[in-house]
Design a binder for this molecule. Structure first.
Ligand code: PEP
Ligand code: MG
Length: 327
């Protein structure tokens, strides 16, 4: 198996009938970009920049950000890289930041992610300046996490423009055409996907949080793990809504939560219309193998069947059965 998987590296990520599926990597540290390249990915679909803040006790400077982003871009040259702005808070928060905020008893519903960035404008602008500077000559997109209203996206976009004006005034080169997208991981954003699709350059569905908020099941609590289920029909329906909205406005939509690293879910996502997924680096060869065994026709039939089902249990066992037949 490992031999077959290492051969996957140089093979294109496409279905048996030739549908190209862009297979990207999720990374937390800059060095992982090169690993994704070596494993045969098509780019970086999610760079979790908050890891720059974890495991240290000082605030990263603009140069710290800049150097990390250059390392990613140079580690995986000439391919698209999506940099997510800080997703600090809840399960990812260094002690020295926590002390600045009042003790929130419900951190997953608290001042996290884009909310924290818009609250701490200096921190946000420092990061944006570094991303814009590092992106010169590269295919970089900026993605905002946990966006829950249109206004929040507009505010974030406004800050990007302000930072661009500052850089322009100082004659510092930056990438002025950078794409601005959002993570879709809050049910409110799914319900407003049609409106969001008119304003954002791309969607990336974060299923870890989307499942947590839709099914009210803590993503990190093993006691409720069975509630945190990607095969729940409510989740399938939500993803379908986002795909539909993206299709109508002709913007790309990818899936970057754990669901897309799960081999049984990949045929379903493709059958539903997903053409780009972003997965954990270690999963890249296995997922590429699943894609290369699949036909689009089969995937679409699977999606149709799954959409007719009412129970997560039935969807899960169906997807497992089909996966066994596939590989
Ligand atoms: C997600 O929520 O699915 C996601 C990809 O983001 P993170 O896991 O970093 O919260
Ligand atoms: Mg998330």
């Amino acid at each position: 198996v490992s031999d077959r998987r290492s051969q996957m590296r140089d093979l294109v990520s496409e279905t048996r009938d030739g549908q190209r599926i862009f297979l990207m990597g999720n990374i937390e540290f800059p060095q992982e970009a090169e690993q994704c390249e070596q494993k045969g990915a098509d780019g970086i679909g999610l760079y979790r920049t908050e890891f720059l803040y974890l495991g240290r006790d000082t605030i990263p400077t603009e140069e710290d950000h800049y150097n990390a982003y250059r390392e990613v871009i140079e580690g995986f040259p000439n391919q698209p890289i999506t940099i997510r702005t800080l997703d600090l808070g809840a399960d990812k928060i260094p002690g020295w930041i926590r002390r600045q905020y009042s003790d929130d008893s419900n951190p997953a519903l608290g001042l996290r992610s884009i909310r924290m960035s818009l609250h701490d404008m200096d921190m946000f602008k420092t990061q944006l300046r570094a991303v814009l500077r590092a992106s010169v000559g590269a295919q970089v997109g900026i993605m905002f996490p946990l966006v829950s209203s249109l206004l929040e996206f507009r505010q974030a976009r406004l800050i990007v423009r302000e930072v661009m004006e500052d850089l322009e005034e100082l004659n510092i080169p930056f990438n002025a055409d950078i794409a601005l997208g959002i993570m879709v991981e809050v049910p409110a954003t799914v319900l407003m996907a049609k409106e969001f699709a008119r304003e954002v350059d791309f969607f990336s569905i974060g299923t870890n949080d989307l499942i947590q908020y839709t099914l009210a099941a803590d993503r990190s609590d093993p006691q409720v793990a069975k509630w945190h289920n990607a095969a729940d029909p409510s989740i399938i329906r939500m993803i379908a809504m986002v795909i539909e909205a993206a299709k109508n406005e002709n913007i790309p939509v990818s899936v970057c939560g754990q669901m897309s690293s799960d081999p049984k879910c990949v045929p379903l996502l493709i059958g539903m219309g997903i053409r780009q997924i972003s997965v954990s680096p270690h999963a890249i060869p296995e997922i590429k193998e699943v894609i290369r065994h699949l036909t689009l026709e089969k995937a679409e039939a699977m999606a149709k069947y799954v959409k007719s089902q009412e129970l997560a249990r039935d969807i899960e066992s169906y997807l497992n059965r089909e996966l066994r037949k596939l590989v």
